[in-house]
Ligand binder design. Structure first.
Ligand SMILES: [Zn+2]
Length: 159
């Protein structure tokens, strides 16, 4: 990938960057070169894009709600012709790398790739993941409490 792409990847989540580099290598072997056209965005930048969304061929999220603002999304385009065939090949390669592809969104965004909730190796926890872990821990404590009571009842019955 070109220098601009590498600079953009330095600004995003390292796990996302790693997956996009893997995509680029695999696609290059298949004769498709890609570049990163957008990485992490400030909320000001997202607001500017949102204000100008009528002129954008792709959907633009409201400022404060874009994964780009968290460094968890990139936009990827082929360096050659932006055919729908190239878009699908790139999208499916991103999915093989474990990324969520915007080409499947209701408002199709075929250039967009983002980490699934919770990220990957580097574990960027989002709120829902933290809540589900807290629930699991609470369930574990409850199971231990029930087992403790059962053991106590058995001991009382035996005495
Ligand atoms: Zn995007």
């Amino acid at each position: 990938m070109d220098r601009v792409s590498e600079d953009l990847l330095w600004g995003v989540n390292p796990d996302l960057a790693r997956r996009v580099r893997n995509m680029a290598a695999t696609l290059s072997a298949r004769g498709i070169e890609i570049k990163v056209s957008s990485g992490k965005r400030s909320t000001e930048r997202q607001a500017a894009l949102y204000a100008n969304r009528a002129n954008n061929p792709y959907p633009v999220a409201r400022p404060g709600t874009s994964k780009h603002e968290q460094g968890l999304a990139v936009d990827v385009v082929p360096t050659g012709a932006r055919t729908s065939r190239a878009s699908v090949i790139i999208g499916e390669e991103g999915e093989r790398e474990g990324l969520r592809w915007g080409g499947r969104f209701t408002k199709r965004d075929p250039v967009h790739f983002e980490l699934l909730d919770g990220g990957g190796d580097d574990l960027v926890l989002d709120g829902s993941k933290v809540i589900s872990q807290a629930k699991e821990q609470a369930t574990g404590v409850r199971v231990l409490a029930v087992l403790g009571i059962a053991a106590l009842v058995i001991r009382v019955l035996r005495s």
